[in-house]
Design a protein around this ligand. Structure first.
Ligand code: KIV
Length: 264
């Protein structure tokens, strides 16, 4: 069993092996997901909704992320652990460096994730130059929900598609190790995955990405949130372990997401 690193993910992209990622918030689930073969565990700030019962990710605190990341690290052996930087903890490059360092040294995160486009390049460059691996997050940015006025598919018109492609290229150039792309049209996500050399992990972005991520509670059908981009893997499986294994198998085989989970 070899520990997954950012280098492993880059090699997987090079040879065309799909990368599997799920969100995770505690040690027990981390162990289940790790044993089922999930490559990357994302301690997402979606914990604001699925763990804390809030209506968005905006109220999540750095201390919450540090606590949950340390729990996930307890249960993860093989999987790479990425932690979200919460709302307004990376508004300036210096603030990002101090807070990312806490997520890594106190929470033991192996990579930190931040939402934003071109404007974030300076921050990514600073963190990267100081030895902090960054996963960028483009497309729909859930922390900006109040500014955006809701959750919707991005990249549907040419101007927005061109901007997201520019964001991806700028963040790669700044030194991001990988990126998550959320809720964009499948053609745009495919184009971006082909245009950058770092791994692109999609959620609601169609099958053309280098890997896929889902919110754990959604793919287990817990909480009753219906989303077109998601599939409830508990419907055809008799245990959580089997449901997660089915997710891993379907992503690796390229059968999830299908047309019914993607946007044109
Ligand atoms: O917080 C989260 O769960 C995420 C995923 C939606 C990618 O960022």
């Amino acid at each position: 069993m070899k520990k997954v690193s950012v280098t492993t993910l880059r090699k997987m992209k090079e040879v065309g092996e799909k990368i599997t990622m799920l969100t995770c918030y505690d040690a027990t689930f981390a162990s289940v997901l790790d044993k089922a073969g999930v490559d990357v565990l994302l301690v997402g700030d979606s914990l604001g909704m699925v763990i804390q019962g809030e209506e968005s990710t905006v109220s999540v605190k750095l201390e919450d992320m540090i606590y949950h990341t340390s729990l996930v690290r307890q249960g993860a052996e093989r999987s790479l652990v990425i932690a979200d930087m919460p709302f307004m903890t990376y508004a300036t490059p210096e603030q990002a460096m101090v807070n990312a360092a806490r997520l890594m040294s106190d929470g033991r995160a192996e990579v930190v994730k931040m939402e934003g486009g071109e404007w974030l390049a300076e921050t990514v460059s600073l963190l990267s130059s100081r030895g902090i691996p960054v996963c960028a997050h483009i497309g729909l940015l859930p922390q900006s929900v109040h500014k955006l006025g809701g959750y919707r598919v991005h990249g549907r018109d040419q101007t927005s598609a061109e901007q997201i492609l520019k964001d991806a290229k700028a963040l790669e150039e700044a030194g991001a190790e990988m990126m998550v792309i959320e809720l964009v049209t499948r053609d745009l996500a495919t184009e971006i995955s082909r245009s950058v050399s770092i791994p692109v992990i999609g959620i609601g972005a169609g099958p053309g990405c280098d890997g896929q991520v889902l919110v754990l509670h959604d793919m287990l059908g817990i909480g009753g949130r219906y989303m077109k981009m998601c599939k409830n893997f508990m419907v055809e499986n008799d245990s959580i372990q089997h449901a997660v294994e089915a997710y891993v198998n379907e992503v690796k085989a390229g059968t999830f997401p299908g047309d019914e989970h993607s946007f044109d």
